[in-house]
Design a binder for this molecule. Structure first.
Ligand SMILES: O=P(O)(O)OC[C@H]1O[C@](O)(CO)[C@@H](O)[C@@H]1O
Length: 528
């Protein structure tokens, strides 16, 4: 396409949201008029599905649940007055709690103020809060947040070590919708132990964000924790950033959560429009469908040119991949759907993998996130008439152009600034795009059966560990791995048993391995 035609295409397809100052440019995706027309019937259905979802339909049929994250930003849309009231009241409670923490009206037993937060959670109970903290926390926040988002003992130690002199003024948020996920449960137990180790009353530092009456909620109630905020079964983990999951940590750090919600609401209004060309989420879904042939054949590479948006790609990874990565469609057909998402930030990635994007395997489309404002205040010139921000902007435009010249498609989302409103809007934009795309490809975006399978398999391994240790504790003599497996009633699981025992051995857990370590078949095992 010549430069004039391309400029015209850019203008024809440019979406602009005046209130948010947000632009979406899909002109560098190579679809044509016929393709757009062919998708219109699918979009009509997607818009209708979305309208039903917002009215309270059971949009997550497998789990028999409504899908209501849009109501969090506009409680009047909730299907019953009770839900509306609950949303409004929870938000007020969150703000009142944060206010008291900030003023010191709520303070820890041995300090006049809380200074730090440990946020314990995983997946949707961590990725949103992490993304938002990185994007929006002030340089010197009212409370400084630290995350434990794994069951990695060394990772937990690192956080606790860093905080060992300020544990007495640290608030702990335990975030788990189900209240039964092993990783946050483990993190909570370890953090609790650290508090007891310093003679601190954990309950007077702890806040639970979880479903009412979950295991976590019961523990928090029984122990008299400082606070409890509800998660609702109609909000999925990966769309929970604007529920208590994201709002409590955000407001405690001094982030304007009302502005985040307002930005998301404005975007929700804009993406409720059932006209493809005037709906930015639909335009994204169209671009994704085109690029991957409706089958996720191309990966989504997310490149925000702004350090504070570093974690956006990681946040989107769960939102997109857990929502769309499905074996079965809604009719039970095997479809193996999904879109792979990765990314980091520009221009840093230019010096890492952009080489492959430009010249290597063309299995992706890029999404540039551009921020118009370089920084607060004026920039100095690093060369005559040129600032660091001009360089960053030049790198973005240059990379987009270089990709286009080599037939690599890209989308560009432009926001005026990284602020609570635009971050809320970005979250809402992608939530809606994922929902619409899911309708186009006919999958349930709101369940995650594959993750459940992995969780069950992990539980089986831990059961096997108990059986194996019971066998070894009874035995007087060392056994071969096959013998251990036989006696544990798990003859087929020799390899898993070997790995369990090797791990226990490496951690001084009383397992003795005799023989050649590189030849597992030679090993004799005992406990000592
Ligand atoms: O908040 P919970 O219930 O601890 O779950 C954490 C995460 O685990 C998952 O259920 C599966 O990974 C995610 O969908 C969810 O965000």
């Amino acid at each position: 396409m010549d430069a004039k035609a391309l400029w015209q295409r850019y203008q024809n397809w440019l979406y602009f949201h005046e209130g948010l100052g947000l632009y979406l440019d899909v002109s560098r995706m190579g679809f044509d008029h016929a393709f757009v027309e062919s998708l219109r019937p699918k979009f009509d259905k997607a818009f209708a599905d979305m309208a039903e979802l917002e009215k309270g339909a059971i949009a997550n049929p497998d789990e028999g649940r409504m899908v209501g994250h849009y109501w969090l930003r506009n409680p009047d849309l909730a299907p019953t007055p009770e839900l509306t009231q609950e949303i409004v009241q929870t938000l007020e409670q969150i703000e009142a709690f944060a206010e008291k923490v900030h003023t010191g009206a709520i303070h820890p037993p041995k300090a006049s103020r809380f200074t730090d937060i440990i946020s314990i959670g995983i997946g949707g109970s961590a990725l949103g809060p992490e993304f938002v903290a990185e994007a929006l926390a002030p340089d010197f926040p009212s409370l400084k947040i630290h995350f434990i988002d794994n069951s990695d003992p060394a990772g937990i130690d690192r956080t606790l070590n860093q905080l060992r002199n300020s544990l007495s003024s640290t608030l702990v948020l335990v975030i788990s919708k189900s209240g039964g996920t092993p990783e946050p449960r483990n993190g909570m137990i370890e953090v609790k132990a650290a508090y007891s180790g310093q003679n601190l009353d954990f309950a007077k530092h702890a806040v639970a964000i979880t479903s009412v009456d979950s295991n976590l909620d019961k523990v928090a109630q029984a122990e008299g924790w400082l606070g409890r905020f509800p998660m609702y079964d109609w909000v999925g983990g990966r769309t929970s950033e604007l529920s208590a999951v994201g709002l409590v940590p955000a407001v405690l750090q001094g982030i304007d959560i009302r502005a985040m919600i307002a930005g998301a609401k404005e975007m929700d209004d804009a993406t409720r429009v059932s006209n493809l060309e005037n709906n930015p989420a639909a335009l994204l879904a169209l671009a994704w469908y085109f690029s991957g042939n409706g089958k996720g054949e191309k990966d989504m590479v997310v490149l925000p040119y702004k350090d504070s948006l570093l974690l956006f790609s990681r946040y989107l990874q769960q939102l997109v991949m857990e929502s769309l990565g499905k074996e079965k469609d809604l009719d039970g057909n095997t479809v193996y759907q999904g879109i792979a998402v990765y990314g980091n930030k520009g221009s840093t990635d230019q010096h890492a993998y952009v080489q492959q994007l430009r010249e290597g395997i063309p299995n992706f489309f890029a999404t540039f996130i551009e921020v118009l404002e370089d920084r607060e205040g004026k920039s100095l010139e690093v060369e005559p008439g040129v600032t660091s921000g001009d360089f960053l902007s030049g790198f973005l435009l240059g990379t987009r152009q270089a990709l286009y010249e080599n037939q690599r498609d890209s989308i560009t989302v432009t926001i005026p600034q990284v602020n609570p409103k635009t971050v809320g809007a970005l979250i809402a934009l992608y939530e809606r795009a994922v929902g619409l795309y899911a309708s186009l490809v006919n999958v349930n975006a709101y369940h995650q059966p594959g993750v459940e399978a992995g969780k069950k398999a992990a539980a089986v391994i831990l059961e096997l560990q108990s059986k194996v240790m019971a066998v070894l504790q009874k035995e007087k003599t060392a056994l071969s791995l096959e013998e251990v497996a036989q006696k544990a009633g798990a003859a087929e699981e020799v390899e898993a048993i070997y790995k369990i025992l090797r791990h226990l051995h490496a951690n001084g857990r009383g397992v003795v391995l005799q023989g050649e370590l590189g030849k597992p078949g030679s090993l004799k095992v005992s406990v000592g």
